[in-house]
Design a protein around this ligand. Structure first.
Ligand SMILES: [Zn+2]
Length: 380
């Protein structure tokens, strides 16, 4: 392979993508023709990759044994023999396809929410699932030369010579090795955490007190090395919006009822299917309004200080520790009067928490519910 031709080709991101696809197709074709498990070397591993379900899994860049050499140079060779820059190494790494892990198995049973994980330099089994999607499974070997690559993604170092370490341990402890996602780790070990609203409509309704709280929360989280963005998913609802949520959720799923017995007459209204959803919403809104006048709120989201923060992006490992880290940071702000991780529908709270803390699947509507205190001088 001509290195300068290759370098020129991969400078263009479209060419890198095309190479990735070519590699991927090659692997799949080889599998379809031989019906065999193909082995691949982990060129790069990112343990914080969200999958389609919002779980954080270890996605890998893979180099299939015996299939890649004619397309993409062997990275350790480039570093050791050709002495190329970080930029070349990083773009070459990007030419390898991204593969997600299989759910792991114990015996013939799949373990829900438990995925295989691999590290740089591992040799893993690649398999096609029933949808024709390429996934990786067990680690079956180790390739020292790939484990020893020390990636440096610092933009300022892109023209510096790429490095390779004789020992995997040295490569791991090398301070320049960072994930593709860039964790914004500061020299003092803190992280720079950002917050954002899920949508523009949420963004424009964040009150001054809530904004102060969020600023303080990301600062507290940064002190603990937190690495996820804080995403605000929901704020105050109007009685009309509350009625919409209740009618929609309950009619989608007749087990859904997080509001307790004293509100079950509203459940009866929703369950009366002689009413259209629109009619049910009007009736429910009227009931909500009546109770507000008595000072009773069916949901704390009818209060201006309510706020939900996404937690279903929190992934393995140590889900329980991360949940606690988040709750502790909220407490430390001193600006919240209530905080609780909400799982599904309030029922079986303890068992859902236990499952989730072990790294199990989250429900899509899992979140951290917070009531923010009003800051002095602010109406909200
Ligand atoms: Zn909430």
């Amino acid at each position: 392979m001509n290195l300068s031709n290759f370098q020129e080709a991969i400078a263009d991101p479209f060419n890198r993508l095309a190479l990735q696809h070519e590699n991927l197709n090659n692997i799949i074709e080889s599998m379809n023709s031989s019906r065999k498990i193909v082995r691949g070397t982990v060129v790069y591993a990112d343990s914080q990759t969200p999958d389609a379900g919002g779980n954080l899994v270890t996605a890998i860049r893979v180099r299939a044994k015996g299939l890649h050499n004619s397309f993409v140079p062997d990275i350790p060779d480039l570093i050791k023999n050709d002495k190329v820059s970080n930029r070349i190494i990083n773009t070459c790494m990007e030419c390898h396809p991204v593969i997600y892990p299989k759910v792991s198995q114990v015996g013939d049973k799949t373990e829900e929410g438990q995925y295989f994980g691999a590290s740089q330099g591992d040799v893993v089994e690649l398999e096609l699932n029933e949808n024709g999607q390429l996934l990786y499974g067990r680690t079956i070997g180790f390739d020292m030369s790939y484990a020893g690559i020390v990636y440096d993604f610092t933009p300022a170092n892109k023209n510096k010579l790429a490095t390779w370490s004789e020992s995997a341990a040295a490569a791991m402890s090398n301070g320049v090795k960072k994930q593709v996602g860039d964790y914004n780790i500061n020299p003092d070990g803190t992280t720079t955490v950002a917050w954002e609203a899920k949508s523009e409509s949420v963004q424009k309704n964040i009150s001054p007190s809530q904004k102060s709280f969020l600023d303080k929360l990301v600062e507290e989280l940064g002190n603990t090395g937190w690495q996820l963005k804080v995403i605000v998913t929901s704020l105050k609802r109007t009685p009309e919006e509350q009625a919409h949520v209740m009618v929609k959720n309950r009619r989608d799923d007749n087990n859904w009822w997080p509001y307790g017995k004293s509100w079950s007459y509203i459940k009866t209204i929703i369950d009366d299917t002689t009413k259209t959803p629109a009619e049910a919403k009007v009736s429910v809104k009227d009931e909500i309004d009546k109770k507000i006048k008595e000072g009773k709120l069916v949901s704390s989201h009818l209060d201006a200080m309510a706020m939900d923060i996404r937690t279903n992006n929190i992934g393995m490992p140590n889900v329980d520790k991360k949940m606690k880290q988040l709750l502790d940071a909220v407490t430390k702000t001193g600006m919240a009067s209530f905080r609780k991780i909400e799982y599904y529908e309030g029922k079986n709270y303890a068992s859902q928490k236990k499952l989730r803390d072990k790294g199990g699947d989250n429900r899509p509507n899992e979140h951290l519910h917070i009531s923010v205190k009003r800051i002095e001088g602010a109406s909200q």
